[in-house]
Design a binder for this molecule. Structure first.
Ligand code: BES
Ligand code: MN
Ligand code: ZN
Length: 499
């Protein structure tokens, strides 16, 4: 279902929509912009003068043409100030144009600007990602569409073709489409997307790719592995838990001694359990499986890109429900690692399922681990919808993740791990408890909890509660409410850095 992406010289492109990125203020400094402006007899400069055309990031203006150019429409999309232009500016321009030309659809052809600091490869990458992420439609469950949307069928990058550029746009397209699939998973309602349904999705993905294998382990296997924490969280729901495992084993790994461990939280619905959530904060908890979705589509992207990196994805999928069989505050659980956990709050369920998943990832040979989880409401309060918080036990691993985050657009900000946080989760009865009665530092306490189960070797924890699932447009290239596919682009970039 991949959108074809082509590269062709601007003069040879036939399109339904021609799209031109411009800075703020509008300069029309690049070769392509000058040619367009010449053919339009200076119309763009006049529109800039009247203030109808602006280069602000996120703005786009569509003009209907009368045969002056090789397309019936021109979209001019803002990049923001020239000295601030980066990958994100191009992603945002890509999405703004996709929105402006939504009713046109068909072929969209982008012009580039060689007068900018950013390389043509990065410009093209940003535009492809932005166009695909920006055309995402969260209304898949509507039976009637009245908004006149027509899908894009082809993206053309209007510049001289070369192999590096071709590879770059192809990669960008694959990764952005994987991110959109992760958004579909997050937006899927919890009555459809059960743990078993997510496992089936993962198994199908494995079938699509030669070097990817795996699927879901059911309740019996979860029990025999001694995963008392995952088992307990899933116990209250008729939709039984799954441990989803995917392996990527390329024929010629660049670093055979490295196995990337990708661990994801996939609570398909988090009611809070017996420590129930207020009604107002419940319906978005269908997105509490976003870490798992990012991990599944992330390793899928690694396979689709053919990266020579060994990886194992371990996703703990369960529904945190209320009922007579549900686990309770006061229960003491035995995790697969052997450590015992006193449950003091059933709403702190993410760290419980991750405890067993982290253990399993190490057992499967993961040398470098990162877990992705919508873990604490406080992290969303702290960082909002833009950054996810990062905790790590290893400086090099943390730096590698931060660098991958910056390139990918899935932004990370570092937070501290410290063993003096550990005392807040000391339990009177068991090895540790799953939450503190204090309202302070909950993301750091959660990270310290996970630290107990992270095993030996580099490990990082990503708390993506803020950017995983939006209540409203972020005002950039993620301009729809709901799932963002957060983590897919980060994982693709991280794996690229290891290849
Ligand atoms: N899934 C939630 C965290 C969350 C909240 C994610 C809002 C996205 C938006 C998690 O399971 C949770 O309930 N965490 C509790 C932990 C507390 C009980 C220690 C929280 O943060 O309130
Ligand atoms: Mn919870
Ligand atoms: Zn949760």
């Amino acid at each position: 279902m991949s959108l074809p992406i082509e590269i062709a010289l601007p003069g040879q492109v036939q399109a339904d929509v021609l799209a031109l990125p411009v800075t703020d203020p509008v300069e029309l400094a690049g070769d392509a912009a000058r040619i367009v402006e010449q053919k339009l007899d200076g119309r763009l400069a006049r529109l800039a003068q009247t203030g109808e055309l602006k280069g602000e990031a996120g703005r786009a203006l569509m003009l209907h043409l009368g045969g002056e150019l090789q397309a019936p429409r021109l979209v001019v999309a803002g990049l923001g100030p020239r000295d601030e232009v980066g990958l994100d500016s191009f992603r945002t321009a890509g999405a703004a144009a996709a929105r402006a030309a939504r009713s046109a659809g068909g072929t969209i052809a982008w012009l580039l600007d060689e007068s900018l600091q950013l390389s043509l490869e990065d410009q093209a990458r940003g535009l492809v990602e932005g166009t695909i992420l920006g055309s995402y439609d969260p209304g898949r469950w509507k039976t009637r569409r009245e908004d006149g949307r027509r899908p894009f069928e082809r993206i053309v990058i209007g510049t001289a073709p070369n192999d590096v550029l071709r590879q770059e746009v192809e990669r960008a397209g694959l990764v952005a489409e994987a991110a959109n699939r992760a958004r579909d998973l997050a937006n899927a309602p919890p009555n459809e997307l059960t743990p078993a349904a997510l496992a089936l999705h993962a198994a199908r993905l494995a079938e699509e790719h030669e070097h990817l294998s795996g699927g879901g382990l059911g309740p019996d296997e979860i029990s025999s592995l001694g995963m008392g924490a995952l088992e307990a969280v899933g116990r209250g729901s008729a939709n039984e838990p799954r441990l989803i495992v995917l392996r990527h084993e390329p024929p010629q790994p660049a670093r055979p001694e490295v196995v990337l461990g990708l661990v994801g939280k996939a609570i398909t619905f988090d009611s809070g359990g017996l420590s129930i959530k207020p009604a107002s904060s419940m319906q978005d908890m269908k997105g509490d499986m976003s870490g798992g979705a990012g991990v599944i589509e992330g390793i899928g992207a690694v396979a689709a890109l053919g990266l020579p990196v060994r990886a194992v994805a371990v996703v703990a999928a369960a529904e945190n429900a209320v009922g007579s069989t549900a686990f309770r505050p006061g229960d003491i659980l035995r995790s697969a690692s052997g450590k015992t956990i006193e449950v003091t709050n059933t709403d702190a369920e993410g760290r419980l399922v991750l405890a067993d998943a982290l253990w399993y990832a190490r057992r499967e040979g993961a040398t470098h681990v990162v877990d992705l989880a919508t873990l604490t409401g406080a992290m969303e309060l702290a960082l909002g919808d833009l950054y996810a918080g990062l905790f790590a036990n290893d400086d090099e691993w943390r730096d590698r993740l931060l660098a991958a985050a910056e390139r990918s657009g899935d932004l990370l900000w570092p937070f501290p791990l410290h063993k003096r946080y550990r005392r807040y989760i000391d339990s009177t009865y068991a090895d540790l408890k799953n939450s503190s009665e204090l309202r302070q530092g909950s993301p750091a306490l959660a990270a310290e909890f996970l630290h107990e189960f992270a095993g030996d070797g580099p490990w990082a924890h990503v708390d993506m509660a803020g950017p995983a699932f939006l209540e409203r447009s972020r005002g950039d290239y993620l301009d729809q409410p709901g799932g963002t596919g957060w983590g897919v682009r980060l994982i693709a970039e991280l794996a690229t850095s290891l290849s």
